[in-house]
Design a protein around this ligand. Structure first.
Ligand SMILES: Nc1ncnc2c1ncn2[C@@H]1O[C@H](COP(=O)(O)OP(=O)(O)OP(=O)(O)O)[C@@H](O)[C@H]1O
Length: 255
């Protein structure tokens, strides 16, 4: 599904947080959103998902304005994993993932065998099937993150919006999550802080001070000049002899 933003903006009082952002994400594409702390990434993701009402501009799903769709329509199309997930502490892991099926249920289509199978698949995809019966309240930060990803997968969305999905995850689970996401047949927009991991996205959009200052292929966007001006680091490009991939080493000379 194609996701478009046109001149999107949001402000708190008179302080602009996201200003005049236009972008287009093609069906099946993975767009990485990068930028320094406080540059507006989470706010932009919330605007794209319709969780925050934009001050200016439009969000379009396959050409249809988000504002013309019901909450249920949107939830059947877009799944979101935010940085901080609010979930009732009393729930079991499986219950949390079952919440992902909510947009698809109705009086005529109650939770059934197919929903159960989708939930089991989602738990397996993130390696949490063994912990399905655990209480959410007892999980570690990384386990909670994987359960929230499973909840989003169980939603069977066409667009996946992820805010720092590798947060809290150990390196194995970071890489397996990024591979899982890359192989999903859905459109993905995700905020990432690890710029080496961001290199695996199809394209990168760079936020700075609420504005999108660059968007394009990772190799072009992550120039050493931009890494110096936006991220305030000195970057050295290295080549991994195993597959010729670009790897960055970063140095920071200021506080
Ligand atoms: N509801 C709000 N009210 C007031 N200020 C807000 C609100 N939401 C965001 N901001 C401010 O907007 C700026 C951008 O926040 P946002 O969370 O979008 O940045 P970010 O790029 O995701 O940051 P990080 O990398 O630290 O997660 C921050 O300065 C933040 O304090």
């Amino acid at each position: 599904m194609r996701l478009e933003a046109k001149s999107l903006g949001w402000a708190t009082g008179s302080r602009p947080i996201v200003e005049d952002v236009s972008l287009e994400v093609a069906p099946g594409e993975t767009l990485g959103l990068i930028g320094p702390n406080g540059s507006g990434k989470s706010t932009l993701l919330r605007l794209l998902a319709g969780l925050l009402t934009r001050r200016t501009g439009t969000v379009l799903l396959d050409g249809a304005p988000l504002t013309t769709l019901s909450r249920r329509d949107i939830a059947q199309k877009i799944a979101v994993v935010e940085q901080i997930a609010e979930t009732s502490e009393a729930l079991l892991v499986r219950d949390v993932v079952e919440l992902g099926r909510t947009p698809w249920l109705s009086a005529l289509a109650p939770f059934g065998a197919q929903d159960r199978a989708i939930v089991t698949d989602a738990l397996e995809a993130v390696g949490m099937a063994q912990m399905a019966g655990y209480r959410w309240a007892t999980l570690s930060g990384g386990e909670r993150q994987r359960v929230q990803i499973a909840r989003a997968l169980a939603q069977r969305p066409r667009i996946l919006i992820l805010d720092e999905p590798t947060n809290h995850l150990d390196i194995h689970h970071q890489l397996s999550l990024l591979r899982l996401v890359a192989n999903l047949p859905v459109t993905v927009v995700m905020a990432l802080h690890d710029l080496n991991q961001a290199m695996g996205c199809d394209r990168l959009a760079v936020m700075d001070g609420g504005r999108m200052v660059a968007c394009g292929p990772p190799d072009e966007v992550l120039s050493t000049a931009r890494l110096a001006s936006i991220f305030r680091v000195q970057a050295t490009r290295l080549r991994d002899p195993a597959d010729n991939a670009t790897v960055f080493r970063f140095l920071c000379h200021e506080v």
